[in-house]
Design a binder for this molecule. Structure first.
Ligand SMILES: [Zn+2]
Length: 149
């Protein structure tokens, strides 16, 4: 086998291996053409914004929080609390707003949640929240749009 054939086989091998994952990921879709690269990285590559960088950490008005990609209504401001983590945090999501998946990245078992409508990743949910459900939704601020009442 010459070098060229080897790389050809390697290339098609990689393509055919990753292809099924692309098919499985069709529920994720970008509907907002104005998303920045950073937003796309968080929402579609499960990235995380740097702690303490979101202006929404300081947002205290009444209103609702929507998906920055598809505008799905996700949280009511009543559920927002200051967790001290540096990310906008909520004790409760609106019914049916999210779907969850267990995430094993970084050697930790965490529950990742994503928008039920467009599949965009938003953050992780933990069981140490202050509300009656005991949940803490740790959300990337860049994935949210605040709509004041
Ligand atoms: Zn969405």
């Amino acid at each position: 086998m010459n070098k060229r054939t080897f790389f050809k086989i390697l290339f098609y091998g990689i393509v055919s291996l990753t292809f099924p994952f692309k098919i499985l990921a069709v529920d994720k879709r970008i509907v907002n053409p104005n998303l920045t690269e950073e937003q796309k990285n968080i929402m579609f590559k499960e990235g995380t914004e740097r702690a303490g960088t979101s202006v929404l950490n300081y947002e205290k008005r009444k209103g609702s929080y929507h998906c920055a990609n598809c505008n799905n209504k996700l949280f009511d401001s009543i559920a927002k609390f200051n967790s001290g983590t540096g990310w906008p945090s909520f004790s409760q999501a609106l019914p049916g707003a999210f779907k969850t998946k267990v995430d094993y990245s970084f050697g930790m078992k965490r529950t990742e949640y994503h928008c039920a409508k467009c599949g965009a990743h938003h953050g992780h949910v933990f069981d140490d929240g202050p509300g009656p459900d005991g949940k803490r939704y740790c959300n990337n601020g860049l994935c949210l749009i605040f709509v004041p009442k």
